[in-house]
Structures are given as structure tokens and as C-alpha cells.
Design a binder for this molecule. Sequence first.
Ligand code: SF4
Length: 425
Amino acid sequence: MDKVVLATLGCKVNQYETELIREQLEESGFNPVSFGEKAGLYIINTCSVTEKAAQKSIELIKKARNRSSLLVVTGCYAEAEKDRLKKMFPWIDLVVENKEKSNIGNIINGNGKNHQEKETYIGNFNAHNRAFVKVEDGCNQFCTYCIIPYVRGKEIRSRSLSEVLREMENLAEQGFKEIVLTGINLGLYGTDLNPQVKLANLLKKTECLEEKIRIRLSSLEPHLLSVELIDFMAQSSWICPHLHLPLQSGDAEILKRMGRRYTLEEYRRLLRKVREKIPSVAITSDVMVGFPGEEESNFSNTYRFLQEMKFSRLHIFRFSPRKGTRAYSIKPRIEEKVKKERSKLLRDLGNKLSQDFASQFLGKTLTVLAEDQPDTESGLRFGYTENYIPVLFKGKEELKNKLIRIRLTEIKEGKVLGKVEELLQ
Ligand code: SF4
């Protein structure tokens, strides 16, 4: 049996797509092995969302050299820098565009048949106990810093309701307890379908799934979060009360320069509405520091806004200029040293906000999905609550991949500890 190594960088959509390729290759007899091993085929699914991700992509490609007889590179970095890649690394055998990515298995197998001609479902997710289901591709929003619409395409491509539901059913039958719905711009799901559907319609349809499974939404653009969706989440017991709503900046001027489609006041009102309807909701967010022209005063505005919004978790990114985007030519650029200092301040704030959020639930019993692996530092078992609080608890190996009712007991050195009360399934 031929061996294959699949390496992925970047977002959940990329991870999902690697799984799709893995499944096609396994079907045709390939055996996935770990990165570094000699294999007949290496596939690197790259990312270019930041300069760091692009650098990591290059490092992986270099490391993969001479480890396989066929090296295939795909993903957003490959798409953005196709010519450069071919020049830098002429020994890459094949660069596959994003729109052909789902067809890689067939290209390798030499039948050239478009994978989307037949419906395919992801049946298994290696190394995760939570499965991702990609429902949409493409983004037409063109935020000024973002390379994604150029490398993923501006046309929205959504999968039909029936196809998505079948894939979810299949994953639930395989024993997955949580599905994360993902897309390049998830909030635009269904806008290209005929008749049009909305993300809220898809969520409502999941009610008919035979196997009960909990569903989490990945990132949603704030201006695309509808009242209908909030209302449905509020009354549903299987949609996790967790929304990831990227803010990017808490300064009105920078937000405008980023080309984001909401004002701070609209964002503030949205969070108020969500919290009124779903009191236990976790709201997580992405923030970018060091956008060109971000002065101390702009940064302070962001800091204060984040404090006010009381996010339960923050992902902090440093701006990195992506060639081809509008922000590439916006000046003045901010020094790396300043960006690092600002990210550190926001990371510290993020940690404090996470603890504040978790402390509201001390003494309460929440449902945790236990991960496969214990926490490496403490050796305790580990899992996330429905509202995305990471919890450590004592328990046997049998608890892994189970939904468990756990009472949150204390926060120690920044970690939330809990006690198992009941095993659900
Ligand atoms: S919404 Fe903006 S940040 Fe998100 S993928 Fe589209 S362009 Fe990029």
C-alpha cells in the first residue's frame, strides 16, 4: 500500500479539505502516515492569511523535499504565489489551485473525474473528536487587508441543504458528538443557491437528524448574523451557545480603513441583543493589531472596546501586508516591535476576560465533550463546554469522546477545573 503524508496549515476550511483528500486517497488504497516519514506522496495544504502562515507553508514545503516521489502543493499560499513557488522550488511536482483541490485524489489516481460530479461525504475525521463540515466557499467582502477573496474566489459556492445534512448524519453515525459548520464566509451560506436559503434554515433542518449531535458555528461576520439565527439558537438545545464574531478593531477610523461592514455601535447593539436572548452565550473574537496608521490612541480605543465587550476569548493577529490587497499600499506601516507589544497587551487582556467569563459559571454544571488526549501539562482529562470554556477534570480513559455533565469547581493558575457529575453518552 502506498503511503501518503498530508500536512495542513490555516483555517478549519483547509483542515476540512485535507480530510476530503485523505478520504479519497484512503479509498484508493493510500495509507496516511506522519510528517517526516518517507512516503510515495506528500500533499501540503498551505495558508497565506498572514506572513507567518506563508512562512510556515514555505518551511513545510522545504522539509518535504526528498521525502516522497511526488510532492503536491495546494491551498491559499500556493494559489497566491503560484509562479514564485514554481521558481523557488522547481522540484515541486504539482501545484493545485483551490478550485481543483477537492479533485486532488482523482488527479493523483489519474482518472481526472471532477470530484463534485458525484456527491461525497466525509465519513471520518482523523485525530479529532469534533468534525468540521464545510458548507460554503468563497468571499465577496474584500476587507482591505485580506487576501482570501483573491485566493478562494469571490463567487459564493454553497453546498445544498441535503448534501450537508447527509454528511452530518454520516458523521453522527460514526460516533462524532460535535460538528463545527465552517465556510470561508459562513454567513453567506445559501445566498447563491436557487432557491436561496439561509444559514438559519440549515440549522433548523438539523432538527431532523436522527442521531443527536451538538453543533457549533465557526466564525461569522457580525453584519451577517441574523435575528432569525439568534432566535433559533436561543431555543435550541443542540446548537452550542457560542458565536465567534470577528471584530478586528475597536477603533472607528481603523475599522473603516479595514473595509469592515459594521460600525462599533452596531457591533455593540448586536452583542447586547445576543446576550439578552442567550444569557450563557460565549462570544469570541479576532482582533488585528498594527493595521497601517494605527496610532497609540487608535490602539487604546480598541483596548477599551474589548474590555467593554467582555469577550470570552480573543485571537490576536498582527497585521501583515499581503501583496494584491488594498491595505498593502496603505502607509505608514507599524513597526514589528510595536505590533508585538500591542499583541502582548491584548493577549493578557484576553486571558483576563476568559477567566472573568468562566468564573460566572463556577458552581454550575455544564456539558463537556471530552477530548481524545489528556492535557499534556497536568495529565488531567480535558474538554470544552457547550459555551467553549476549556475544563480540566479527573477521569478515566473511557470518558474520551463522551459528553459529560461537569460541575465547574475552581480556577487555578488560569485553568478551569471541574468535577464529573454524570456521563451522558
Ligand atoms: S469577510 Fe473579510 S476578512 Fe473574512 S474572508 Fe472575507 S474579506 Fe477576508
